[in-house]
Design a protein around this ligand. Structure first.
Ligand SMILES: Cc1ncc(COP(=O)(O)O)c(C=O)c1O
Ligand SMILES: N[C@@H](CCOP(=O)(O)O)C(=O)O
Length: 464
């Protein structure tokens, strides 16, 4: 298996080189040259596997023996051994037509742990084995940063710098990132929004001299291994729903922002998993929902909502979908991305829009939808949704048919977003590891939205 760029200007790479490259050197995103297809017989065999065994089966199709099987097993077991639930990502039945897959049983109580626990182990393995210097640079709207820091804190040979939007993450997210006092961690709190942070890190990765000089490595979903690790739970979810749903079609509703999570679902479907509808659930930052409804992809005005981790206008992984949508024509992808840069939008023909609507359903939840879903599911099912999952539930209610079964991905634990839970006049008890954060000192550097200042901070950090 080789990996290529969506923009076609990178020589095909192996798995490890793809992980190390992060953002493709031509500014695109790395993707597998060919997506492996799993036969129905194999899917049947996979359907009873444990989470770790399923992970190993899927990864075996992508890593080309670049990591010996025994080592990969050890990395996976160590990663998922840190989860508080033996099933890693358990599925709960809410009603006859609704299941919730809880992706928040990892160390930082959000779905990012699923891929980032593994990435932390993988980077550490690469550093030990090859003596690679790993300088991680990432941007976060709150969850990726916390999970990435947790995945590598204190690990030898690794330094991590995370940019988050100042004052725009929840209190618990801020504490999870900034109470870590290991010397290999730097938190930059940027006066701007997540899109500003993501743009700055993409600019730094695109500066190949800087990237090479400081050995920059990515933990955001620009890194293909993040996408791959997230496909595992789509298989796992589908198999659990299939156990119960009989002949009914299985939909999956995904709270979406940077399009990484749902792109993993798209990849699983391309691999042969018969997911019926993939439902994109957004908040009021609804660029993806507008795209599916109208065929126009145009960043709008940034809004602060009750689901702050999805307050994203520029959905990074949209480019990966574009590549497959444009029948793997990298020149066309470059064209479309240039158009987005110069004209501020991409507009599809009616025929292309119909194609998109066959790939995805979508719903943009308003702030009111979000709070109403939290209140309704607490009252009717005694289940407390976090505000991102609540957007997923609102989308399930709009897009899933009466004869279908839907699994909504619960992307975070409600304790991370008590600000929104309080607005619903609901009291919750915090899990002990979250409660403990409130009495710990914080470490962060607040900076202006200024690329030169980020460079100064990074140079000082990486060379000390
Ligand atoms: C809790 C939560 N839900 C949903 C999302 C959206 O996921 P994605 O960016 O992969 O679309 C994020 C982060 O983006 C998140 O932190
Ligand atoms: N919601 C994310 C945004 C970054 O997304 P990523 O999947 O590209 O890392 C966050 O919590 O930071």
């Amino acid at each position: 298996m080789k990996y290529i760029s969506t923009r076609g200007q990178v020589e095909p790479k192996g798995f490890i080189d793809t992980v190390l490259m992060g953002l493709a050197d031509d500014g695109g995103l790395m993707i597998p040259e060919q997506i492996p297809v799993i036969s129905p017989e194999e899917l049947r065999e996979w359907s009873t596997l444990s989470y770790v065994d399923l992970f190993l089966q899927i990864f075996a199709r992508y890593v080309n023996d670049e990591i010996p099987a025994a080592d990969l097993r050890e990395l996976a077991e160590r990663s998922y051994g840190n989860f508080r639930h033996p099933e890693v990502t358990p599925v709960k039945k809410i009603s006859d037509s609704l299941y919730i897959m809880e992706l928040f049983h990892g160390p930082t109580f959000a779905f990012k742990d699923v891929a980032l626990q593994f990435m932390g182990e993988l980077y550490s393995y690469m550093s030990r084995k090859n003596g690679d210097i790993i300088h991680i640079l990432g941007a976060t709207s709150g969850d990726t940063g916390a999970a990435a820091i947790q995945g590598v804190r204190g690990k030898e040979g690794i330094k991590i710098c995370i940019l988050h939007p100042h004052g725009k993450v929840s209190k618990v997210q801020e504490l999870q990132m900034t109470t870590v006092d290991d010397s290999n961690v730097l938190n930059l709190s940027v006066k701007g929004n997540f899109d500003d942070c993501q743009k700055m890190i993409k600019d730094l990765f695109a500066d190949l001299t800087f990237k090479k000089k400081y050995h920059l490595r990515a933990i955001n979903s620009i890194n293909f291994v993040r996408i791959l690790a997230q496909t595992v739970y789509y298989f796992y979810a589908y198999f659990r729903a299939q156990d119960e749903s009989g002949e009914r079609k299985v939909n999956i509703s995904v709270p979406s922002g940077n399009f990484g999570n749902i792109f993993s679902g798209f990849l699983a479907r391309q691999m042969g998993l018969p997911i019926n509808k993939l439902i994109i659930a957004t908040n009021e930052n609804n660029i993806l929902e507008r795209f599916v409804r109208t065929g126009e992809y145009q960043p709008g005005e940034f809004r602060s909502t009750h689901s702050p981790s999805m307050d994203i206008q520029v959905a990074s992984n949209f480019e990966r979908y574009l590549y497959y949508f444009l029948k793997e024509d990298a020149a066309k992808v470059s064209d479309y991305m240039n158009k987005l840069q110069t004209e501020g939008k991409i507009v599809l023909s009616q025929e292309d829009l119909e194609h998109v609507q066959r790939d995805f359903a979508a719903y943009g939840a308003s702030n009111q939808d979000c709070l109403q879903s939290i209140i309704k599911y607490k009252n009717e099912y005694d289940y407390l949704l976090d505000p991102h999952t609540a957007c997923g539930i609102a989308a399930y209610e709009q897009c899933s048919g009466p004869e279908e079964v839907c699994i909504t991905l619960a992307t975070a634990h409600p304790a991370k977003f008590d600000e929104s839970i309080v607005l619903c006049e609901i009291e919750q008890e915090f899990p002990a590891p979250i409660q403990a954060l409130f009495s710990m000192p914080q470490h962060q550097t607040i900076i202006d939205h200024d690329l030169n200042e980020v460079v100064r901070q990074l140079e000082a950090f990486y060379t000390r």
